[in-house]
Ligand binder design. Structure first.
Ligand code: ZN
Length: 490
């Protein structure tokens, strides 16, 4: 599978002995052309385990000119390396070549205009799912001042043109005239900016939008440095938005808003009636919110549900009036974005956890007589029954922690990880008590926020935190094709 190819490379990076970083070092004064073997060795060593070595990415988008500029800062500069970025996960033959068109790559080294860098663009086809993916490989030059005891920060600047992909599925930037938005999950960030598509990698991001059309407002985290989210969290939406304030959390101090399009006010008010208090519940029960002082729901004109683009997550107009969907997307600030998923198999760590947390939050802050609150588990049960009686694959945690990215979440996207995950956590809460489970989810968040984690990591943590071993219950709910006969973990 396409993703598999990428991940095999990353696994190799993780197991490579880091000691060769120093041992294999060659005289940096020599031309890089003289030592291709050294470059190959160091390319293996530069991944430094599960974290990206791209420490920050500053993105600028000209939304009229459809051009972008990214400044990629690399700490502990891996001199004489290839900086590999994904560009254009086109995903369908009709989109081949409609990803990014790279226009310039240079090193910002203080010289006027920067120093142009050599780069190549490779494409590959995965016949199993028929996409064409492209990768930009930039030759980062040897730094004559390199000193492993005093590492440099390099800034590589890439500029590109991005395309409007209206009329195609959700793979990049969409300009509807009266509004526009981005949609890049799960691996189409490369249609919007050069990125590392794996959800396990996080960087510090900042964004600026230029040339927003007159009469429209751009909703994105302007002036906020986003702390280590996965690349699919980045997004913007532009339209004739009205901002409806919902209040400020106590004591977190986060301002929660809803941003609606013309005609959307009634649905926005209905859907967000519990949002501020639920957000406050997450802050107070799980931990500090990581993605800025202002957050909220943004109505968008696609029909694909919700997308956890924190701090301004997107909701389709059809889901805007749903208190459940509004709270669900907000909860990804803690699981999915705050704690990233390690492998695509760990999707349940994001969606199962968030589906459970949504129910708990609505029950904690909502009106008990409101069907949105009182019937949430009934709705989840209907969803579980529906997806179980459908023809889709039934395992919520494919591989069960034994594989990583052998599974394509985009090609296997169903309600199974959402609903089996939610009922697993509910069964666990019935066994250990809801406060104990929420406490464990909080301590796991504090321990892992800003990093990637697998579902097995969470299970291990729950066992240590609650003294209950959830293995059997997790096997039955998450690794089995059936639904267990019990709703309390044994
Ligand atoms: Zn979700």
């Amino acid at each position: 599978m396409r993703v598999e190819i990428v991940r095999i490379g990353l696994l190799f990076v993780m197991v490579a002995p880091l000691a060769c970083q120093v041992d294999e070092r060659v005289d940096p004064q020599r031309s890089r052309r003289d030592r291709p073997e050294a470059a190959a060795v160091r390319q293996v060593a530069m991944g430094l385990g599960a974290e990206s070595w791209i420490k920050s990415i500053n993105l600028e988008f000209d939304v009229v000119g459809r051009s972008g500029t990214g400044a990629y800062s690399i700490d502990n500069a891996p001199w004489d390396q290839l900086l590999d970025l994904d560009i254009g996960g086109a995903g369908a033959t009709d989109l081949d070549g409609v990803g990014l068109n790279i226009t310039s790559v240079k090193l910002l080294d203080g010289t006027p205009g920067g120093t142009p860098l050599l780069y190549t663009i490779a494409s590959w086809l995965d016949p199993s799912i028929a996409p064409v993916f492209r990768r930009l490989s930039i030759e980062v030059p040897a730094d004559p001042a390199y000193d492993e005891y005093n590492p440099q920060t390099l800034v590589v600047q890439v500029t590109w043109i991005f395309a409007d992909q209206s009329g195609t599925p959700l793979r990049g930037f969409y300009d509807l005239g009266t509004s526009s938005y981005t949609y890049t999950w799960p691996y189409y960030c490369g249609n919007l900016f050069p990125c590392t598509m794996s959800p396990r990698f996080g960087s510090l991001y900042s964004m600026t939008l230029r040339n927003v059309p007159a009469g429209q407002t751009a909703i994105y985290p302007e002036g906020v440095v986003l702390g280590d989210p996965p690349s699919y969290m980045l997004a913007f939406a532009i339209g004739a938005y009205t901002t409806e304030p919902l209040g400020t959390t106590v004591p977190g101090g986060t301002t929660v808003n809803v941003y609606y399009l013309p005609g959307g006010k009634d649905d926005a008010i209905k859907g967000t009636k519990y949002l501020k208090n639920a957000f406050q519940y997450f802050e107070n029960s799980l931990g500090t919110y990581r993605f800025g002082p202002t957050a909220g729901t943004v109505q968008v004109a696609h029909s694909a549900g919700g997308m956890e683009h924190h701090p301004f997550w997107h909701l389709s107009s059809i889901y805007l009036p749903s208190p459940e969907m509004n709270v669900h997307e907000s909860a990804h600030g803690w699981y999915g974005n705050g704690v990233r998923i390690q492998c695509q198999e760990d999707f349940v760590l994001s969606e199962g956890t968030v589906s459970y947390l949504t129910a708990v939050a609505l029950e904690a802050v909502g009106d008990a007589s409101d069907p949105w609150v009182s019937k949430i588990w009934d709705r989840y049960k209907t969803r579980l029954d529906n997806v179980m009686s459908s023809g889709v694959a039934k395992i919520a945690w494919p591989g069960g922690g034994t594989t990583c990215d052998q599974y394509d979440v985009g090609a296997n996207f169903t309600d199974i990880p959402y609903m089996k995950g939610a009922f697993f956590f509910r069964a666990l809460a019935k066994r250990v008590g809801t406060p104990a489970l929420i406490s464990a989810l909080s301590s796991f968040y504090w321990a892992r926020v800003g990093t990637a984690a697998g579902m097995q990591d969470l299970l291990d943590h729950i066992k240590a935190a609650t003294l209950y071993d959830p293995t059997t219950c997790a096997n039955d709910w998450l690794k089995s094709i059936s639904v267990p006969a019990y709703d309390t973990c044994p």
